[in-house]
Design a protein around this ligand. Structure first.
Ligand SMILES: Cc1cc2nc3c(=O)[nH]c(=O)nc-3n(C[C@H](O)[C@H](O)[C@H](O)COP(=O)(O)OP(=O)(O)OC[C@H]3O[C@@H](n4cnc5c(N)ncnc54)[C@H](O)[C@@H]3O)c2cc1C
Length: 289
């Protein structure tokens, strides 16, 4: 089923993002986490593809196994360095595995590699969207959106414009990078609506698991965090350690999710970092969406 069709029929929902564990020995624990998170009744689960230097190889197999377990799955797919043939072959494998949705991304060249974009069949995510829409029309397609503009965007305005263009190239909906201030999301949605985007924009929320993980995610994503929240998390860490950070993170996420849903967001995409505990705690405190 295309996720967009499920969104159209659904009350506000959770979706979950996972990354494929590097080691196969960690897969049993990974699937146990996914099973525990069934409790939040996710509309779909997404599986990253080589994000942050991670492995792309496991994505298809993880996506396929999650599909076999009854989850609706969105497989992330990057097109940097890809050819039409390689994308075609990958999508055919996805189709055989029963995975019917992708998050179409440009991705980043490997660190230290100078890529000549003019030689690449795919320069932007929008090229992948158009390609998949044309050659694999049965696939559901989502794209990434950035409240803190994408690091390569010369201006906020161009960032919004290019995002609008890739959505209009044939995407069903967009998923945002993580953020912590709901007002930024509502303003962002307004900006895209003014550019003629009518598709759902699904907000991404990161439950803060620890200061180390938070710093790593901020470093990788380049996204903003309100100074007040960051200082509160640091203080929690100083006074009560890791559990106090999780508690402060949960309090913030619960408030953020309530604001997002009350303000009309279609649902909430949780960046699980492959951990169940905090997501479950937050969903329980939020109550029915
Ligand atoms: C929700 C989410 C999930 C992600 N999952 C993964 C993952 O699984 N694996 C992974 O490797 N990475 C992932 N990423 C990161 C992503 O691959 C990087 O941020 C990458 O640098 C950009 O990918 P994109 O699809 O957003 O690119 P694009 O939409 O192509 O944008 C890239 C840059 O080009 C600019 N641009 C776009 N169109 C034009 C144009 N026509 N003219 C000039 N400039 C233009 C944009 O403004 C932007 O600065 C994810 C990001 C998000 C938000």
């Amino acid at each position: 089923m295309k996720i967009i069709d499920a969104i159209a029929q659904s009350a506000p929902f959770y979706s979950l993002e996972f990354f494929p564990p590097k080691e196969r020995t960690a897969w049993a624990d990974f699937f146990a986490v996914a099973e525990r998170l069934r409790a939040v009744n996710p509309l779909y689960c997404s599986v990253t593809y080589g994000a942050g230097g991670g492995v792309a190889a496991g994505t298809l197999e993880i996506a396929s196994r999650l599909t076999g377990l009854g989850f609706t799955v969105m497989n992330h797919l990057t097109c940097v360095g890809a050819t039409p043939e390689s994308i075609r072959a990958y999508l055919e494998k996805l189709g055989l595995a029963g995975v019917e949705n992708i998050l179409a991304l440009r991705g980043d060249p490997p660190a230290g590699e100078n890529i000549r974009w003019e030689d690449c069949p795919f320069t932007y995510a929008a090229d992948l969207v158009s390609f998949v829409r044309r050659e694999f029309p049965s696939f559901g397609i989502a794209v990434a959106a950035y409240l803190t503009p994408h690091p390569e965007s010369p201006s906020f305005a161009e960032d919004r414009l290019y995002t609008a263009m890739k959505i209009k190239a044939g995407s069903d909906f967009a998923v945002t990078q993580l953020f912590f201030d709901s007002r930024e999301y509502f303003e962002y949605v307004e900006q895209l609506r003014r550019l003629g985007v009518t598709k759902p924009i699904l907000p991404g929320v990161l439950p803060v698991q620890s200061m180390d993980l938070l710093r790593r995610v901020l470093r990788l994503s380049g996204c903003n965090i309100p100074a007040k929240l960051y200082l509160a998390l640091e203080e929690a860490d100083r006074k009560g350690g890791a559990e106090a950070v999780r508690e402060a993170g949960a309090v913030h996420a619960v408030e953020q999710i309530r604001q997002l849903i009350a303000g009309g967001a279609p649902g909430v995409h949780l960046y699980t970092l492959n951990r169940a505990e905090l997501c479950l705690r937050i969903a329980e405190q939020v109550g029915p969406l």
